[in-house]
Design a protein around this ligand. Structure first.
Ligand code: PMV
Length: 315
């Protein structure tokens, strides 16, 4: 009996969420401190293929209808790997990425599952599918979560690199000239990306010119931030986060709890902070200089953050 495992990191959108759905640039980075891991183990002959996610109490069979993201990810990977009959496998997936929190937990779970299936197929490493193929499968599963995903989540999580992302274009890696630190704080409020994205869509339909102008502004901030990161101008990031958050507020995707925690982070010394991901709940990110990391982290926890990840971005 053999077991094959694979994992995929969480991610944080630094700048550009929502506008990225409408063709503007966004930038995002992997967050390796949190991850999803899938393990595929041979099961007794005839037992079929089951997928368990004990952290969320889920257990599904491979033949579960398409609406189940775990079953769909495995089914698409099995098809791509050229396996024709249902294998006798027990698959377990675990994740410490907050669910519905804007850290890409769904995409990471799918990516880990797809990679573990290919690993268990025992094709030699050099013949395993390219990241591009894994990315396509994970994107197909992302579509179950919301009808119109930009593709940024799956791209960062699959390529595991800082990415400048424009919908419909090949992702571009960018360099981080000087490392910087993020405090990622969870509001503890689960937020449905699908619901927030469709609210923005409705508002955009009603007031297209105003929303297009806001998206332009956000896209410019994302490009300016990428150039700043590439040239090592870390000091530019705080003010850019503040400006991005101001525009996200205008899109009506922030919330009282996000604003409260963002204010706490800034009072404690963060250079800037904003929501990350779809908004309404989920996570905020704050850019913080090293000597203030502990103070900001403590202030956010004292202020009621449900969880904190402190991470260095760049080598
Ligand atoms: O909440 P998350 O991590 O799924 O991020 C969503 C990012 C959006 O820009 C709001 C949607 C998208 O598809 O890009």
């Amino acid at each position: 009996m053999t077991t094959s495992t694979a994992s995929a990191p969480g991610k944080a959108i630094l700048f550009g969420e929502h506008a990225v759905v409408y063709g503007r640039a966004a930038i995002a980075v992997p967050v390796a401190k949190v991850k999803a891991t899938a393990a595929v183990t041979d099961a007794p002959a005839g037992s079929g293929c089951t997928i368990a996610a004990p952290d969320v109490g889920a257990r599904v069979h491979l033949s579960t209808p398409n609406e189940d993201p775990l079953a769909l990810a495995v089914r698409l990977a099995i098809e791509k790997a050229g396996i024709e009959e249902e294998p006798d496998w027990q698959i377990t997936v675990r994740s410490d990425i907050p669910i519905a929190g804007g850290m890409g937990s769904g995409a990471a779970v799918s990516a880990a599952l797809v990679k573990a299936v290919f690993a268990h197929r025992k094709v030699p490493a050099h013949r395993r599918p390219k990241a591009e193929t894994v990315n396509r499968i994970v994107y197909a599963v992302e579509k179950l979560h919301h009808a119109n995903p930009s593709g940024i989540d799956n791209t960062v999580v699959v390529y595991q690199q800082p990415v400048r992302f424009v919908r419909g274009q090949p992702p571009q890696r960018f360099d981080i000239a000087r490392p910087f630190h993020l405090v990622i704080a969870d509001t503890g409020i689960a937020s449905s990306t699908a619901a927030v994205v469709s609210d923005v869509r409705r508002a955009w339909e009603q007031d297209t010119d105003q929303y297009e102008a806001i998206f332009d502004g956000i896209g410019e901030i994302a490009e300016t931030a990428r150039r700043a990161i590439e040239s090592g101008d870390v000091d530019a990031l705080g003010p850019l986060m503040k400006e991005n958050q101001r525009l996200l507020r205008k899109l009506n995707v922030s919330s009282g709890e996000l604003e409260r925690l963002i204010a706490i982070a800034k009072e404690a010394g963060a250079a800037g902070a904003k929501l990350s991901g779809a908004g309404r709940g989920g996570n905020l990110i704050a850019v913080v200089e090293p000597k203030k990391l502990e103070t900001v982290q403590e202030a956010l926890l004292a202020g009621g953050a449900a969880g904190i990840v402190v991470t260095q971005i760049g080598a």
